[in-house]
Write a protein that binds this ligand. Structure first.
Ligand SMILES: [Fe+2]
Length: 405
């Protein structure tokens, strides 16, 4: 469990509701929670119906529910809660290690906890939820992102891949088999592997060869990204063109980021660079008319996208994207690199990498960019002018390669 770094704003106590049919489990989990985080408010419910009645009348931020309960199952409770209270973060708690059970609740739960719960995992989870809530203060906006019917859940193939990679005996063949179940993702992965996207180009034509060429960290990141982008269907021509630009911009940013960054795991760099603008997809999907007005204003005036978003929506795509990735439990350096990709300066090595990659993309006049092409990169601590020139030249070469691919 990764723990997000501290953020500045103070917040009221987090309200957590524990649901289990076993009073012993409720008592011990409640004790563990209070010991781990004495500042949070803990309530308990003895089953699904009691939980639904509770959230109707009491402020609740997070619900942690057992899955195997008599009467209303945890899966049904999660389903009903996502419709009635989409702003509440839903955590699946299960003693079963069955993949099928986990999958049934993949579209319903934001995160998963296994019994017996380790205090470290619980503390990490609660701490992350607290900070994520502070990232998006507005309950309505949180509801927009965590909403029910068309919730962009963690892509199913990604969840299965994570399970597969957790096994010691996992081979390239096993990974290929998992990915092979999803034809669209396999096709997209093959396309990326055989293009000049990565330095090593895959000469073969099987998913297994593509997996070997790209390496597991990149494959995992790509499967996640491809599944995520697919979850958002553009609703009009402007949105379609915008998404196409976003994708090519994400590819370019990923190549640049990989060249700049030497300190972070490659999977983190790929995910943060590819998904840095995922908040735009969420907003386009959730508030299509309002976001269309934002896009029009940006196209008409050339003003930075995040400034117009802030003015017209009261939230930016950086915040929304980071919130979604945090809800899905992605590693904290990725969440914060996405949250701060339009910040002025500072932050971790990954934040700095993504910020520079995004700005270099803008400089070479990528139409998907939300910076004016003439934007200069502000002095970043530790960046030498020679280094910047080198990256700038690399960005221009990469853009040419990608365009001719
Ligand atoms: Fe952005």
């Amino acid at each position: 469990m990764h723990v997000l770094p501290e953020i500045r704003t103070a917040a009221s106590a987090l309200n957590v509701l524990l649901v289990d049919d076993d009073p012993m489990v409720l008592r011990s989990l409640g004790r563990l929670l209070r010991r781990c985080a004495p500042e949070i408010q803990v309530a308990t419910a003895n089953g699904g119906l009691e939980a639904l009645a509770y959230v109707k009348s009491s402020a609740t931020d997070v619900v942690i529910t057992d899955i195997n309960m008599p009467g209303m199952s945890g899966t049904e409770l999660l389903d009903r809660m996502r419709s009635s209270h989409p702003d509440i973060v839903r955590i699946h708690l299960s003693g079963e290690q069955s993949v099928e059970t986990a999958y049934r609740s993949v579209p319903l739960a934001h995160q998963f906890l296994a019994k017996p719960v380790e205090s470290r995992d619980l503390l990490g989870l609660i701490s992350n939820m607290q900070k994520l809530r502070e990232l998006l203060q507005d309950r309505e906006i949180r509801a927009l992102v965590g909403r029910a019917d068309d919730l962009p859940a963690v892509p199913r193939v990604y969840a299965e891949l994570t399970q597969c990679l957790a096994k010691r005996s996992c081979s390239y063949g096993d990974v290929a088999k998992v990915i092979g179940q999803d034809i669209a993702i396999s096709a997209a992965l093959m396309k990326v592997a055989s293009s000049s996207f990565f330095v090593r180009r895959c000469a073969g034509n099987t998913v297994e060869e593509a997996v070997q060429t790209l390496g597991l960290a990149h494959v995992r990141a790509l499967v996640f990204t491809l599944g995520t982008i697919r979850a958002f269907a553009p609703r009009n021509r402007r949105a379609r063109a915008w998404i196409e630009n976003l994708q090519s911009s994400a590819l370019l940013a990923t190549r640049i980021a990989a060249a700049i960054n030497e300190d972070d795991p490659p999977g983190h760099v790929t995910l943060a660079a590819m998904l840095h603008d995922v908040g735009q997809l969420v907003l386009m999907d959730r508030v299509p008319e309002k976001y269309d007005a934002v896009m029009q204003e940006v196209e008409r005036t050339g003003r930075p996208l995040h400034t117009v978003e802030e003015e017209q929506l009261g939230v930016t795509h950086s915040q929304v994207g980071a919130y979604l990735l945090g809800l899905w439990g992605l590693a904290s350096p990725i969440v914060w690199a996405v949250a701060r990709h339009h910040a002025a300066s500072g932050g971790s090595s990954l934040e700095r990498t993504i910020r520079i990659a995004v700005r270099l993309c803008a400089e070479i006049d990528n139409p998907a960019s939300d910076f004016a092409p003439t934007t200069l990169i502000p002095p970043e601590s530790g960046t030498k002018p020679d280094e910047l020139d080198e990256w700038r030249a690399h960005a221009a070469r990469t853009a040419e390669t990608l365009m001719s691919a």
